[in-house]
Ligand binder design. Structure first.
Ligand code: PEP
Ligand code: MN
Length: 263
């Protein structure tokens, strides 16, 4: 179902009225996590002002350490919905557990399946049946073929609204958090009709690398970007080191416009 051979034209996924795929670059921005109503509102206002058209923020956070901040759960979903509605931004947020799919689908315009759950087949089936667009991140050690088969699970469960997200893979290189595989963008666009976006924040782990890799991803033909921004990255409860300051995000959006227009 994901194959270009079966469908020649590009799929465009509508998330709360915003198209992902097609000619416009879709920029999904926001903090790693919902921390408080004020933190989310201030950050979301800044990304909207700079031109982002979708808001991201996690209420359920997959953390490497069990002692890390794991998100505000239902309360986080409530805050996210409220801020999204207030600013007119559709919201994207991660669901980690089949038990939470209904609640997340109720609150969010798009359900994110995180890298660590790319091959959680029970979750793929449940999210596939939830009737909401899905953003499927590539697993940390997943081949492109495995990633596309995970997308196939979603489609086989009846969900045609699938967005792929390259977010870096684990390689032998420790200098950056992950190795952003931009090869995947043109490769995947050739293999499948599904839209593909790039997350240079998790892909690099370093704020200074996010703008150049955003430009590179756009030049490579990505349909969109997912970028972490925090009103004050120094005090972020997760992923502060890779989160842009609002003024950096604004500068990046300005730099992206001519590149997006050129391709
Ligand atoms: C995220 O987007 O917040 C996230 C946890 O990403 P990933 O699953 O790619 O690590
Ligand atoms: Mn994050």
């Amino acid at each position: 179902l994901v194959s270009r051979e079966l469908q020649a034209h590009d799929t465009v996924v509508e998330v709360g009225g915003v198209a992902i795929g097609g000619d416009r670059l879709a920029v999904i921005a926001g903090p790693c996590a919902v921390e408080s109503p004020e933190q989310l509102h201030e950050t979301a206002s800044a990304v909207k002002k700079a031109g982002a058209t979708l808001l991201r923020a996690g209420a359920y956070k997959p953390r490497t350490s069990p002692y890390g901040f794991s998100g505000h759960g239902l309360e986080g979903l409530r805050i996210l919905r409220e801020v999204g509605d207030d600013l007119g931004l559709p919201v994207v947020t991660e669901v980690m557990d089949t038990a939470d799919v209904a609640a997340v689908a109720d609150a969010a315009d798009c359900l994110q399946i995180g890298a660590r759950n790319m091959q959680n087949f029970a979750l793929l089936r449940a999210v596939g049946a939830a009737g909401r667009p899905v953003l499927l991140k590539r697993g940390l050690s997943a081949t492109i073929q495995e990633w596309l088969l995970a997308a196939e699970y979603l489609m086989a469960a009846g969900n045609a609204q699938v967005i792929l997200c390259e977010r870096g893979i684990r390689t032998f290189e420790p200098a950056t958090r992950n190795t952003l595989d931009l090869n995947a963008v043109p490769y995947v666009k050739n293999k499948t009709h599904l839209p593909i976006i790039v997350d240079p924040s998790h892909g690099t782990g370093a704020r200074d690398l996010v703008p150049p890799m955003s430009l590179a991803a756009t030049a490579a033909g990505a349909d969109g970007l997912m970028i972490e921004v925090h009103r004050d990255p120094a005090v972020a409860m997760s992923d502060g080191a890779q989160s842009l300051y609002p003024h950096q995000f604004e500068a990046l959006m300005a730099a992206l416009a001519p590149v997006a227009a050129a391709i």
